[in-house]
Design a protein around this ligand. Structure first.
Ligand SMILES: Nc1nc2c(ncn2[C@@H]2O[C@H](COP(=O)(O)OP(=O)(O)OP(=O)(O)O)[C@@H](O)[C@H]2O)c(=O)[nH]1
Ligand SMILES: [Mg+2]
Length: 873
């Protein structure tokens, strides 16, 4: 029988054994073949599970349309035991030994053997045609087979690509996958595969394939870098638009190449099950795609094998896994691996890691949670588990006293009490701040009453919402470097509304700031008045003693003197400011100050003072913006505009840690460049802004942010001649202080391999300042000696500020490289201008993507400034 089959399809029957044994007849085989008959909707390979005995071999040539229209059929045994939890339908079932090895039931250890047709000598009988094909020949040559350490697998040498002779140049079989080899020493079918020991506790059943160059389609081998591809969830082969249907066939188990059908999925792709079949959507109807996606999610072979899921050290049974997956709040992204579960609180996490989720409590899965389950080292316990640093931070933010290394009992709703004490002390989750801290530190919060992501599919509850992976940007900078301005700018840019609470806070903040600015003005007026009085007296004295006796009547005093009403208001305001009682004043909303402010603002003395505002050092630059609308702002019904919010100094009174989630809106640039970016509009990002004060001494709290994808380190370029006093009153150059903070961060062990994007901010201010104060004022920049041409500035002849920016960037790059051996990315920003902030954040996204893809997507011209290309001289 096998011989006959081989005669029929000599080049395409790799798996048919020599023996005509009944066993073989009764083994189910799949035939994947391409249909080349009259046009049907689309030509796709058909997968037909048949037994050899059922194959219509009577007269293949004359058997009519069906067989004649099939070319290159691939016949493969369907090995039902490819998933570890599945029962075999036959005796010829592979057994998974406890060591995780795959072996034959009869104890024969499988040897790598041919799969094309075995001669009695065990050598290959390769048809002449095939011999011409180097790749195929290599594959078929037993001397080229190698055993791996386990002795179970075989590696295809040479190209490692199963290459099949092309008949008409058009209809290759999906040939990239290394075929499982088959031995027939015991009439049993054994699939040899490579073990991927990298996966936690699992025996990977995935056939390895040769990784082709990026962008290459695994079927037609054409390089189409910017063309969307569909990926096999088992072997990772990617197929282009033209090839995907031929390579994947009817997809009974979702997006798998035909040769991967029956195999367990690659666990790293589990998160992608049922998601984003963008290419298929272009090729198939909605219903077809939906069915394929449903099969992908629901078919048995794609499920997580229970014995590979360990909870508190115990492997699960099928019923336990079912319970876990179908409870009210099931673990998300459940994959084979080791987890811990605190039944009392519902905390759930990967072994050795902080909790990732709060699932339904009191489930009967796994044993007791171990003290070291999450590898915490804080000596503080929650339900017998030593908690992690992050959790300790969260508890502290919730106001839970943690001195004395207490042991807490925490229940599902977050109520907690100390061990040995009867009274509940409160609820952890009550404070909004605690939730914010949790969001930032990637700690779970109890699920809401309703979880909208859960959906009923075919009677089974599945978490069907895309498990969006969030990329985290950590924005840090020295005092007043502009991080909150950039943060607010991002909020406005990406349409993340300020909450009512935030708006109320900001409104008060702006009004308070305005009163502060007015206070500075009023003090200034008093000073100017005194100065002019002094001046007047001097002049009088000169006049009296003067020879001529003529007096020049310039009386400045009237300019700076105010009427009684304004004086009274001014005295009151200064008093309020001094007593720091503004909040109380504003909270009595019934009081309307606008009319006072208006009267005062119109006063000639105040206007005269305002005109000399450059002499008032206490008045920040931004004050002009707010003073110009002093009357509107002081009204009780004032609503801050986005611009007002942006310019307001500080976000809230406690602005040490803020966090927002956003997506990049699709830009026209994204459209034209790469599908990757189009997909990106659905990806979520988190911008976390943290003040260095919150990081503690030597940034000791920095490891809270270990899952940061990229650090945006913000430096104000105007800091080079400014000083700040530390707690001992010692003055430090702010640029050097910034450099010091930068060094602490980049050398922090948690951030060893992190990407850093340096944001050189306040370029607008630098342009003004650099004309007045040389950059070399800062000792770190002492060798900045630019030769600036008098000609107009252009791209080849940059301005002094541009040169300074390049120079500062270079200094940081060199420093970064000397500390980390890595490349620092740099972006030029003016925090008050939205386009530069947008550009910097998109650049950060690009850097993360490069990391993911290992290759840059497009050239740097489109991204933020590349310092390396510039010169500093
Ligand atoms: N002109 C100009 N002003 C800026 C720029 N970026 C920030 N500022 C101003 O600089 C001041 C400090 O900026 P913030 O964003 O508050 O700085 P910060 O990093 O939050 O500093 P902390 O207040 O210490 O938290 C504010 O008055 C901002 O309006 C910029 O690019 N140009
Ligand atoms: Mg600020």
């Amino acid at each position: 029988m096998a011989g006959l089959l081989k005669k029929l399809w000599p080049a395409a029957v790799p798996a048919i054994p020599e023996n005509d044994d009944e066993e073989i007849f009764n083994t189910e085989y799949s035939i994947a073949m391409e249909y080349q008959g009259p046009p049907v909707t689309y030509a796709i390979p058909q997968i037909v599970p048949v037994k050899i005995s059922q194959i219509p071999i009577a007269s293949p040539v004359s058997s009519g349309t069906f067989l004649n229209n099939l070319s290159f059929p691939i016949i493969q045994p369907i090995v039902k035991s490819k998933t570890l939890n599945q029962k075999s339908s036959k005796e010829s079932v592979d057994r998974i030994e406890s060591s995780g090895k795959l072996a034959c039931e009869n104890g024969y250890e499988s040897k790598p053997k041919l799969s094309h047709g075995i001669g009695s000598s065990g050598t290959l009988e390769v048809p002449d045609d095939d011999k011409e094909d180097g790749g195929f020949q290599d594959y078929m040559n037993p001397t080229n087979w190698e055993s791996t350490e386990s002795g179970l697998s075989s590696r295809v040498p040479s190209s490692e690509v199963f290459s099949c002779r092309e008949d008409d140049g058009n209809d290759e079989i999906p040939h990239h996958v290394k075929r499982p080899s088959v031995t027939f020493e015991s009439n049993e079918v054994v699939v040899h595969e490579e073990l991927d020991e990298s996966e936690e506790g699992s025996v990977s059943m995935r056939p390895k394939i040769e990784r082709l160059k990026k962008g290459v389609c695994y079927r037609c081998h054409r390089r189409k870098r910017f063309v969307e591809k569909e990926v096999c969830i088992v072997c990772g082969a990617k197929f282009c638009y033209d090839c995907v249907l031929r390579a994947m066939g009817s997809m009974p188990e979702g997006r798998k190449c035909v040769t991967c059908i029956g195999y367990r999925i690659d666990e790293t792709r589990r998160g992608k099950l049922g998601k984003g079949p963008r290419l298929l959507k272009r090729l198939l109807t909605d219903l077809e795609v939906k069915n394929i996606m449903n099969s992908e999610i629901l078919c048995e072979v794609n499920q997580v094998p229970p014995e590979l899921v360990f909870v508190n050290g115990e492997a699960l049974r099928q019923d336990q896994l079912f319970k876990l997956q179908n409870c009210k709040n099931p673990p998300k992204k459940l994959r084979p691996g080791h987890y811990w579960y605190d039944k009392v609180s519902g905390f759930w996490g990967k072994e050795g890691q902080k909790p990732s989720q709060i699932i339904t409590c009191q489930l009967d899965v796994g044993g007791h949670v171990k003290r070291n389950a999450s590898n915490g080292n804080t000596k503080v316990l929650i339900n017998n588990r030593e908690i992690t640093k992050e959790e300790l931070w969260m508890l502290k933010s919730a106001g839970v006293p943690c001195e004395g290394k207490p042991h807490f009992w925490v229940s599902e709703d977050g109520t907690y009490q100390e061990e040995g004490q009867k009274n509940e002390k409160g609820k952890i989750w009550d404070k909004t701040r605690t939730k914010l801290v949790c969001a930032v530190l990637s700690l779970p919060v109890p699920p809401g009453t309703e979880n909208p992501s859960r959906k009923e599919v075919n009677g089974e509850i599945r978490d069907n919402l895309a498990q969006k992976s969030i990329h985290k940007f950590l924005l840090v900078g020295y005092d007043k470097s502009g991080t909150s301005t950039i943060y607010k700018q991002a909020k406005i840019l990406y349409g993340i509304p300020f909450s009512e609470d935030e708006r109320q806070n900001i409104k008060f903040l702006i009004q308070r700031n305005l009163f502060g600015y007015l206070g500075v003005l009023l003090e200034g007026r008093e000073r100017f008045e005194e100065e002019s009085l002094l001046e007047k007296r001097k002049r009088c004295a000169v006049d009296k003693s003067g020879p001529s006796g003529d007096t020049i009547q310039i009386d400045d005093t009237t300019i700076y003197s105010v009427g009684t009403r304004v004086r009274a208001f001014s005295d009151w305001l200064l008093q309020v400011l001094l007593s720091d009682n503004l909040e109380a004043v504003f909270s009595s909303a019934s009081c309307e100050y606008a009319s006072f402010i208006e009267e005062m603002w119109k006063d000639a003395a105040i206007q005269a003072t305002y005109n000399r505002r450059n002499e008032l050092q206490m008045l920040p630059r931004v004050a002009t913006y707010f003073l110009d609308q002093a009357v509107e702002i002081s009204r009780t019904d004032y609503k801050p505009s986005d611009m007002d919010i942006l310019y307001a100094d500080g976000i809230t009174s406690s602005n040490s840690l803020t966090c927002m989630e956003f997506s990049f809106p699709k830009s026209t640039q994204d459209d034209t460049l790469d599908p990757h970016y189009q997909r990106d509009s659905s990806l979520r990002y988190q911008l976390i802004r943290v003040h260095p004060r919150s990081l503690g001494e030597h940034c000791k709290w920095l490891d809270m942010f270990e899952d940061t994808d990229i650090v945006l380190f913000c430096v104000s370029m105007t800091d080079y001649d400014e000083y700040s006093a530390d707690c001992n009153g010692v003055l430090t150059n702010k640029m050097l202080a910034s450099k010091h903070l930068f060094e602490s961060m980049v050398t922090h062990p948690t951030f060893e391999n992190k990407n850093f994007l340096l944001i050189l901010n306040k370029f607008d201010l630098l342009e003004e300042k650099i004309e007045q104060v040389p950059l070399s004022q800062c000792e770190w920049f002492s060798d900045f000696k630019p030769i600036v041409s008098q000609n107009r500035h252009n791209s080849t002849n940059p301005s002094l500020a541009q040169r300074a920016f390049h120079y500062i960037g270079m200094k940081f790059k060199t420093l970064f490289n000397s500390l980390t051996d890595k490349k620092l990315f740099v972006s030029l920003v003016t925090g008050l201008e939205n386009d530069t902030v947008d550009e910097a954040l998109r650049y950060a996204r690009e850097i993360i993507m490069w990391e993911e893809e290992e290759e840059p997507y497009f050239n740097n011209e489109l991204s933020s400034t590349d310092i390396e290309a510039s010169s500093t001289a």
